[in-house]
Design a protein around this ligand. Structure first.
Ligand SMILES: [Zn+2]
Length: 473
């Protein structure tokens, strides 16, 4: 148990585990698909055996399965709602109880600290709109670190630029709760107190972010694609004057056009990571625009609505995730909710790992007009964070319906939550210089996207009228 090991020895043990995982991952990623599949198969068998022994929920769900000789497709699909509803029966450590975990995360000063000195805790709303509480054990954290390091080692970057900026790292994210990105970052900073790293809130006005980033001059810049797009525009227009050596993108889907814009603006490569609160490292981007699944530690299945496999080249209805690294909450054929396309061929970049693309970003960057007639762009992730944190409502829609108008649709009848969400959004917009924007509470439910069947939390429904040719502006 970690609790019985002195802190420095525990850190040393984790450093050694991380190094071992790095060597292992490097080898399996370069040894070919056969080696990756073989190691994933062994890990799956070991995980299922462990989960059946330690998780009452999994034991119950797998009651009719043979002890060995099962195929992945024989295992039932698990949904977030059922796992969260039966949290205490799902976890494999009887010392972990949902009530105690909730008490731990209720205190924001615990962000990046470990529950029971052992588990990092992440909270998410996820694309399904139902909140999740995910614990990561030390072995899983060592794997995520190793996968990130293996990927970073493959990125060509300007070492002189890193040294000139004293390897300063800047993370622009949502900082107000136990989200995976900020909790992981805080954990890394605590483990390496000498490192130069600084966190910037994604809720800060873009103009003040630009000022503070200009002062800080980071060598590494990490954020969500929508925020990086906003910062790239600031860089292209000359207000932001930083020259990072690497930009890291995660938390949302990065389109190839956005990646090209960000790389051109900053003059450096973008490292694209696909992860989730359920598994921090699922896949990493390559120079050919594909994401390569870390298939030695993650099994990703694109499936149809009836659970049958989606053929390569076609977009799946949803995706099943199996996290082979984390044992405290076994995620085996877990419905992640994302839609993926798997390439039928091996990627031209040479990687032996399966290549996928994830359905494009669901939310829109809003372009709102201020009282001074200036268009101010607003990050959809910031808008969603403000609404969620103020109201604790996870199914909502903030729709731009005019140049300076937002309709707020919340799936709750709680008038206090509705008022809090509206008030917090107005306060956030005022900070962006958009105090003139009218926020109205729409009595209708959020509109689900007819094409994808998904709820888009932040959308622009406003289409400015085009001027007719030949008429003066
Ligand atoms: Zn590739």
């Amino acid at each position: 148990m970690d609790t019985l090991v002195p802190g420095s020895l525990a850190t040393l043990a984790e450093d050694l585990a991380r190094c071992a995982r790095m060597v292992e991952s490097w080898w399996s990623h370069h040894a070919g698909p056969g080696a990756v599949d073989a190691i994933a198969g062994q890990r799956l068998e070991a995980l299922v055996h462990f989960a059946r022994g330690k998780s009452p929920l999994i034991r119950d769900r797998y009651a009719s399965l043979p002890a060995t000789g099962f195929a992945l497709a024989d295992l039932p699909i698990l949904a977030k709602t059922e796992l969260m509803a039966d949290f205490d029966a799902w976890v494999t450590d009887p010392a972990v109880r949902r009530k105690a975990v909730e008490g731990f995360v209720a205190d924001r000063s615990h962000i990046g600290q470990r529950f029971r000195d052992r588990y990092l805790v992440w909270r998410s709303s996820g694309s399904t709109g139902s909140p999740g509480l995910f614990l990561q054990d030390p072995a899983a954290l060592a794997v995520y670190d190793a996968l990130a390091a293996t990927h970073w080692a493959d990125i060509p970057c300007d070492a002189a630029r890193i040294m000139a900026r004293s390897a300063r790292a800047a993370l622009v994210v949502a900082t107000g709760d136990h989200y995976a990105s900020i909790a992981s970052w805080e954990r890394t900073c605590r483990a390496h107190p000498g490192s130069s790293a600084r966190t910037f809130s994604v809720l800060a006005p873009v103009r003040s972010l630009v000022e503070t980033l200009n002062e800080y001059r980071p060598a590494f810049l990490a954020s969500y694609p929508s925020m990086l797009e906003l910062l790239a525009a600031e860089r292209a227009e000359g207000r932001l004057r930083i020259d990072p050596a690497i930009v890291w993108s995660g938390g949302e889907t990065l389109s190839s056009s956005a990646q090209a814009d960000i790389e051109e603006a900053f003059g450096c490569p973008v490292s694209n990571e696909y992860g989730a609160s359920e598994c921090l490292s699922i896949a990493h981007g390559c120079r050919r625009g594909w994401l390569h699944v870390d298939a030695d530690w993650v099994i990703l299945e694109g499936v149809e609505a009836d659970g049958s496999p989606t053929p390569p080249g076609r977009q799946s209805h949803t995706t099943l995730l199996t996290n082979l690294a984390n044992r405290i909450q076994p995620l085996i054929r877990y419905d992640l909710g994302d839609r993926i396309v798997r390439s039928a061929d091996r990627c031209a970049c040479g990687s032996a790992l399966p290549a996928i693309r994830v359905e494009g970003r669901a939310d829109d960057i809003l372009a709102l007009r201020s009282a001074e007639n200036v268009v101010v762009k607003v990050s959809p992730l910031a808008v969603a964070t403000v609404i969620e944190e103020a109201s604790n409502v996870h199914r909502f829609q903030a729709a731009q319906v005019g140049p300076s108008r937002i309709a707020l649709r919340l799936e709750t009848g709680n008038s206090r939550a509705r008022r809090d969400a509206s008030r917090a959004l107005r306060a956030y917009l005022a900070l962006q210089g958009l105090g003139n924007v009218r926020v109205t509470l729409d009595s209708r439910s959020p509109r689900v996207d007819l094409r994808s069947g998904k709820l888009r939390s932040v959308v622009s429904e406003y289409r400015p009228a085009r001027r007719k040719p030949g008429r003066p502006a």
